[in-house]
Design a protein around this ligand. Structure first.
Ligand SMILES: C[S@@+](CC[C@H](N)C(=O)[O-])C[C@H]1O[C@@H](n2cnc3c(N)ncnc32)[C@H](O)[C@@H]1O
Length: 277
């Protein structure tokens, strides 16, 4: 297997590509209808909570005041104004729609904060939606504000890169999904724990997705040798699963540290035997 190297530009080689760069710029350099599928986990725009805020309910909450370091995402790449987030999301989804082949799968993660915007943008582009998947994290971190339900789900929209009228023959590996679900038809509520520590041995990413979760999507939505793009690959979970399952990948991230982490994870998996899925 060819060793993967970190590049700064996309070149049409048909090989696996790991690219350190801005998703939009890289997407704009890719030919129309040249990639099979997209599976991605973009910024959710949920960072930026001010821990120093002097609000009554915060100050009276002992968990918040004593344990300010609980795991809440707070990353510069995840902070946008509402308008900028909408523009950014429209732009990259529009580019994904251009670079994907007709009837390719477009699978996008979100939470209640952004998933409705993503769904609405896909609908405004007249893309056919086939499923929404709820990822249930039974070990999700408790809600410390005590003012709302403990959020223990993330959401995934599965769309087809074609209009509702013309969508046909998209990849949906019914039998494979049934097989990995113990012989029972796969439903759209997936009970999978948050990413285990064993998958973080090469370093941490604040929103790293579990291999089991990405594996279900890759197995269900693509065939062997298909090219899958993840323009926001973070720690490289999609590239790693692509390698494990005999798919090709284009992984992009504009954070060098995360690209290096992805490369370490990829190298670690490159010499392992392929999963028989
Ligand atoms: C939610 S994380 C993805 C996590 C990933 N699924 C994993 O398992 O590790 C989103 C990623 O998008 C990257 N990102 C944000 N804006 C970007 C941009 N304009 N271009 C490329 N990457 C970007 C961030 O650096 C971050 O790693």
């Amino acid at each position: 297997m060819k060793s993967v190297a970190l590049k700064q530009k996309f070149s049409t080689t048909g090989e696996n590509s790991l690219i350190f760069g801005d998703a939009l710029k890289v997407l704009r350099s890719i030919h129309n209808h040249s990639i099979d599928h997209c599976i991605t986990d973009p910024p959710y725009n949920i960072s930026g909570y001010d821990h120093k805020k002097k609000i009554g309910w915060l100050q009276s909450n002992s968990i918040w005041t004593k344990e300010k370091n609980f795991s809440k995402i707070d990353a510069h790449w995840d902070k946008f104004s509402d308008n900028d987030y909408l523009t950014f999301t429209k732009e990259w989804i529009s580019e994904i729609s251009r670079v994907l082949k007709p009837n390719g799968n477009i699978i996008i993660f979100g939470s209640y904060h952004n998933i409705y915007q993503i769904g609405s943008i896909l609908q405004s582009f007249d893309r056919k939606l086939i499923n929404s998947i709820v990822w249930y994290k039974r070990n999700a971190f408790p809600n410390v504000t005590q003012r709302m339900l403990c959020e223990s789900t993330e959401h995934v929209i599965w769309a087809i890169n074609e209009t509702k009228k013309n969508a046909k023959n998209w990849t949906f590996n019914y039998k494979k999904l049934k097989e990995i679900n113990g012989g029972v038809q796969m439903r759209n509520m997936w009970d999978i724990p948050s990413t285990p520590i064993s998958e973080k041995k090469h370093g941490k990413h604040p929103s790293q997705k579990p291999i089991e979760l990405i594996n279900r999507l890759v197995i269900g939505a693509s065939s062997e040798n298909d090219m899958i793009i993840d323009p926001f690959m973070g720690s490289g979970t999609l590239p790693v699963v692509a390698l494990m399952t005999g798919r090709k990948f284009i992984g992009i991230d504009n954070n060098k540290q995360y690209c290096d982490l992805a490369l370490k994870r990829i190298r670690d998996y490159q010499n392992r035997p392929r999963l028989n899925l």
